[in-house]
Design a protein around this ligand. Structure first.
Ligand SMILES: Cc1ncc(COP(=O)(O)O)c(C=O)c1O
Length: 398
């Protein structure tokens, strides 16, 4: 049966991590895979997560399955985290399902849409996170791409985005990253969000938000603002939530799919279909990570501790951005590197060529995406000066 399957090339991002692990150089720097790193270059378990996990294990009396929709306490807590405190009018018209990470939520959302509108189209900005395509098309959606980012100005190309939305048929889905855009680090400004949402409302399009870095851009409320604004304006939308980065729960596969519907009846019908879709995919979601998030967000003291710890991670990334910009400007006098500090989150698309990316890796052991996406959280005080010096002359522009 399997004789027809040829060996595939390694996954571009995961393949780089494997190459990094095998590189014996003491100078190696990993700016490839999108995980948060501390000053020592580790991706630690957050202190509040460790404490909540211990409390959870001490109190846990069973490992019996969760319902297909997930733990009720987690579902309420994650809804509040994304939508805000003032959600009394939104919650009744929402379906909320626990999912296996943001990836699971994206896929489950696609499967759900497929049940309502077989062959529906989703608009994707270019570039976007490379896994969006496979997750969404794997769930049956048709992909249509439009420009998102201008490499010369390192900003959102608003008019082509608006044109793509204007010319989409009513009911078309639109994938929107709420904050900390992967891979560019460039989010629309609040004014641009206003214009984007205005066209979405006018054309009766349906946003499918992806929020994977809530709290790593500015703070959890500011980073979720575009979603809350859309929820105020629109009858229907989907949100794929990931708890991988902001709770550091990567391998626990923790996330949620939120779906806003026109009314309570539709939300209930949506939840029944999403349950059915989940049942056919994996039956029930994994419990451990979701119960950790629930343990944190249902306890005011733990939630405050989490917000503080997350704010520290966010400040660390912002500090690295400032120091990288300073290092680049010191190595290349006259060059304006302020774009690095204007961007949000862990990523930056440096805009250097594939050959330059390859030579940084082969000659200097600095690993980043082939498209020059760099996870700036991989920098630290030891490696930052060298990276700044090597990257500075390669950056396009004056
Ligand atoms: C933009 C974006 N969306 C979603 C995800 C999904 O994350 P996970 O499935 O690990 O929760 C990621 C992870 O890197 C991401 O960068």
């Amino acid at each position: 049966m399997f004789a027809t399957l040829e060996q595939l090339p390694p996954d571009p991002i995961l393949g780089l991590s494997a190459a990094f692990r095998e590189d014996p150089s003491p100078d190696k720097v990993d700016l490839s895979v999108g995980v948060y790193k501390d000053r020592a270059g580790n991706t630690p378990v957050m202190a509040v997560v460790k404490e909540a996990e211990q409390a959870l294990i001490a109190a846990q009396a069973t490992k019996v399955y969760l319902p297909a929709a997930g733990s009720p306490g987690f579902r309420e807590a994650i809804f509040r985290l994304v939508m805000g405190e003032d959600t009394q009018d939104l919650r009744p018209r929402s379906a909320v399902l626990q999912a296996a990470g943001g990836c699971g939520a994206l896929r489950l959302g696609a499967e759900l849409v497929q049940r309502a509108q077989p062959g529906a189209t989703i608009l994707l900005g270019d570039p976007t996170w490379p896994n969006h395509g496979p997750l969404l098309s794997g769930g049956g959606l048709q992909l249509a791409r439009h420009p998102y980012y201008d490499t010369a100005t390192r900003s959102v190309v608003l008019q082509p985005v608006l044109d793509a939305l204007e010319s989409a048929a009513a009911g078309t889905l639109v994938l929107l990253q709420a904050s900390c855009h992967n891979p560019t680090g460039v989010d629309p400004t609040p004014e641009q969000w206003g214009q984007i949402l205005e066209v979405i409302v006018a054309r009766r399009l349906v946003p499918f938000f992806d929020i994977a870095y809530q709290g790593l851009g500015v703070d959890p409320d500011t980073d979720a603002w575009p979603i809350r604004e859309a929820a105020r304006l629109l009858p229907e939308m989907l949100v794929a939530v990931s708890s991988s980065k902001n709770f550091g729960l990567y391998r626990e596969r923790t996330g949620a799919l939120l779906v806003l519907a026109q009314d309570r009846g539709r939300a209930s019908a949506i939840e029944s279909h999403a349950n059915k879709a989940a049942r056919a995919l994996y039956s029930m979601p994994p419990a451990h990570g979701a119960l950790i998030v629930e343990t944190i967000l249902t306890d005011a003291q733990r939630e405050t501790a989490w917000r503080n710890e997350l704010a520290g991670m966010c400040a660390h990334i912002r500090g690295l951005r400032s120091r990288l910009a300073e290092g680049i400007m010191a190595a290349r006098p006259g060059y304006d590197a302020s774009w690095i500090t204007r961007q949000q989150g862990m990523f930056s698309l440096l805009g250097i060529s594939r050959d330059e990316v390859n030579s940084l890796r082969e000659q200097h052991h600095i690993y980043m995406g082939y498209d020059s996406r760099a996870n700036l959280a991989g920098l630290n005080q030891d490696n930052l000066p060298r990276v700044a010096e090597l990257v500075a002359p390669l950056l396009p522009g004056d």
